[in-house]
Write a protein that binds this ligand. Structure first.
Ligand SMILES: Nc1ncnc2c1ncn2[C@@H]1O[C@H](COP(=O)(O)OP(=O)(O)OP(=O)(O)O)[C@@H](O)[C@H]1O
Ligand SMILES: [Mg+2]
Length: 624
């Protein structure tokens, strides 16, 4: 499905909160709540608007005749909004509109617009039937305007009145006056122009590869892309479990269901036809892959061939819409043999699968321009004397603050375990063990491979920890935030309180992570959003943003590894390199060549990214 036709539609792809593309079922209910009539509209358009009396109207379009419902008294069920589903129950009419397969990000804004506009409307004096008749206004429908601060203010005024009528349900607590939360405008952080351009290209239906140096917001954008596509046919994947978890998806291997993919193609096709796995391949219309740098060329080619075979299509990748992202100058594919594994862009099918190559250039992780330039130089393997001097000097940086020590990034996994175990043992006091609650304890290995938290978490007062989930972005409680355990709360659960580098001390509660396993199965783990952070491996750190980092690069064994480690830091002041040697910085010549070729081919068009994108999308379907 094409969501916007040209780049001219940037900003109009429905995130104004007034329209949705989704599936709809309209049910007419009898007095005992049973459906007596059902209308199923698989491809529906739903609009929010106002009629001639300024009442709010929900309009459902099936492509032929629109059906309109006046939203006066209704209930809103939003528990599954994250999965793109919700229900609007119109009370006097006894009709319910069940919305599904809706891009979750857009549904979220739509629901917020609906509820705030409705509450604001309640503060005005609605017209009586008599007044309406007298007014003799011609029938009209106008799309509702985007949410504004004044709507929020009006809605909050109404909420503050204790006996205010509550005739719809946002969430169960909304019925409870004392617990009514104050409303605010949707807090979604805005995409920058480059990111919006990529999103637009994706929504136009093009197969897009987007790249950019570490911290340019690739994963941030990917999350928005996931939220802007219909959930039933969208699969968000990444080459590693940790990266998959960042975007709320699964591993590419899990999606494919062909094990390591090293078996001959015929065998892989058989594996992919197993019940549960086959459904991924047939129902997938949009496949998202993050951290593409670690996907091997051979594996990509196999997936491409399997997709054509199982979907009985001669189109590249069986016609699946591909959205691929990553930085080839970061970690390469892990090779089991002596030979270096080929990059995905060197695969036979890459060129015919990717229509558009785009680059994000605005770094968001760091703000200090000179540190950004230093990292850019390291990324391409250019270590000048100035860069060397700065990194050697960083060995003396005092980055510990308020009892929070630096996280040591290690090249090897065994160093990580040893360091964390030793440091925990050295701390005085008793250990508290927190055990995760897994949805399926028999599948603990599958959960472990995707979960950012371990099944058993051992903590002591003084333990150095890291947050593994965004809890409150505004307060700095973000994924990767560093802290120290200050105490455990009294009581049976004895939950830990952690003082974070941003100054906040927070008592942490268990959080839940959902994972997609093979066969459309959902798994979950409930655990504290913490991991020990004296040390983590560079491979596990790919994709992370870290507050204060100590790095030993003596045992670097991979191209791009030093760059990945250094670029996790938010600032040079928050970084300490113990033993910098310029020789450990290596950029792969094949990648440099690939990027320089790409750049050359779009040099003329880079004058303005917007112009470039509009040209490419409307005139040239393939840049390569
Ligand atoms: N438009 C934006 N608004 C606010 N914050 C942003 C935006 N884009 C990115 N960020 C923030 O910048 C930081 C880096 O973003 P992100 O991790 O997505 O970068 P990345 O390109 O995926 O990096 P890496 O290559 O290291 O994986 C994150 O903290 C993210 O929340
Ligand atoms: Mg990333």
């Amino acid at each position: 499905m094409k969501y916007v036709s040209t780049i001219a539609a940037i900003g109009q792809y429905g995130d104004d909160g007034a329209q949705l593309q989704c599936s709809v079922v309209v049910e007419r209910l009898n007095s005992s709540g049973q459906a007596t009539k059902r209308q199923v509209i698989r491809k529906a358009a739903v609009f929010l608007g106002r009629n001639e009396f300024q009442e709010i109207i929900l309009r459902v379009h099936n492509g032929k005749v629109p059906e309109s419902y006046t939203l006066k008294e209704f209930q809103l069920f939003t528990r599954f909004a994250k999965d793109g589903k919700c229900t609007v129950k119109l009370l006097p009419e006894n009709v319910q509109v069940l919305i599904s397969d809706c891009p979750p990000h857009l549904l979220n804004i739509f629901l917020k617009t609906l509820s705030i506009k409705h509450q604001a409307w309640q503060t005005s004096k609605p017209m009586t039937d008599r007044e309406k008749l007298k007014a003799c206004l011609p029938r009209s429908f106008e799309t509702i305007s985007p949410l504004q601060q004044k709507d929020v203010q009006k809605a909050n005024e109404l909420r503050s009145k204790v006996n205010a009528p509550v005739d719809f349900v946002i969430a169960p607590q909304a019925l409870h006056p004392s617990k009514k939360p104050t409303l605010s405008l949707p807090a979604a952080r805005k995409l920058n122009k480059e990111q919006a351009t990529v999103l637009s290209a994706v929504l136009s239906g093009k197969n897009v590869f987007f790249t950019g140096s570490a911290g340019t917001g690739k994963s941030f954008l990917l999350k928005r892309i996931v939220g802007s596509l219909p959930p039933k046919s969208t699969y968000a994947t990444a080459s590693t479990g940790v990266a998959a978890c960042h975007i709320g998806g699964t591993t590419l291997h899990n999606f494919a269901g062909i094990g390591s993919g090293s078996a001959p193609l015929e065998q892989c096709i058989e594996l992919a036809q197993r019940p549960g796995v086959l459904q991924h391949w047939t129902s997938c219309r949009h496949l998202i892959i993050d951290e593409i740098s670690m996907v091997e060329a051979q594996f990509f080619d196999k997936l491409e061939a399997i997709a054509r075979c199982l979907r009985r299509s001669t189109e590249p990748f069986g016609g699946i819409h591909l959205i691929v992202c990553g930085d080839f100058l970061q970690l390469p594919p892990v090779s089991k043999e002596k030979d270096k594994a080929a990059f995905c862009f060197q695969s036979r099918s890459w060129r015919k699968c990717i229509h558009l190559n785009m680059e994000l250039t605005e770094v968001r992780r760091q703000t200090d321009q000179s540190f950004i330039s230093l990292l850019q130089a390291v990324r391409v393997g250019r270590v000048t004397e100035e860069v060397t001097a700065k990194l050697i000097k960083s060995a003396y940086h005092k980055i510990e603050r308020d009892g929070i020590l630096a996280t040591r990034l290690c090249t090897h996994k065994d160093d990580v375990e040893l360091t964390n175990d030793n440091k925990l043992q050295q701390l005085p006091g008793s250990v508290r063990v927190f055990e995760a609650v897994d949805s399926d304890p028999a599948l603990v290995k599958t959960i472990d491979s995707q979960s950012p938290v371990s099944r058993l978490l051992q903590l002591k007062v003084g333990a150095q920890v890291m947050l593994t989930k965004n809890l409150d972005v505004q307060r700095g409680l973000v994924n990767g935030a560093r802290g120290v355990v200050v105490d455990f709360q009294p009581g049976k659960l004895g939950l830990p309180r952690v003082r974070f580098m941003c100054g906040t001390t927070e008592a942490l509660k268990p959080e839940r992570w959902m994972f997609k396993a093979g066969g459309g199965l959902y798994l979950s783990r409930q655990q504290l959003p913490l991991k020990l952070a004296w040390a983590i491996s560079i491979h596990k750190s790919q994709g992370m943003t870290l507050d204060c980092v100590e790095i030993s690069l003596a045992r670097v064994f991979e191209r791009g590894q030093a760059y990945v480690a250094l670029s996790r830091a938010k600032s040079l002041e928050g970084l300490r390199v113990m033993d910098f040697d310029p020789h450990v910085v290596r950029a792969d010549p094949d990648v440099l060549h690939f990027y320089s070729k790409l750049r050359k081919e779009r040099l003329l068009l880079q004058v303005s990214f917007w112009l470039y994108a509009s040209f490419v999308l409307t005139v040239r379907p393939n840049v390569l």
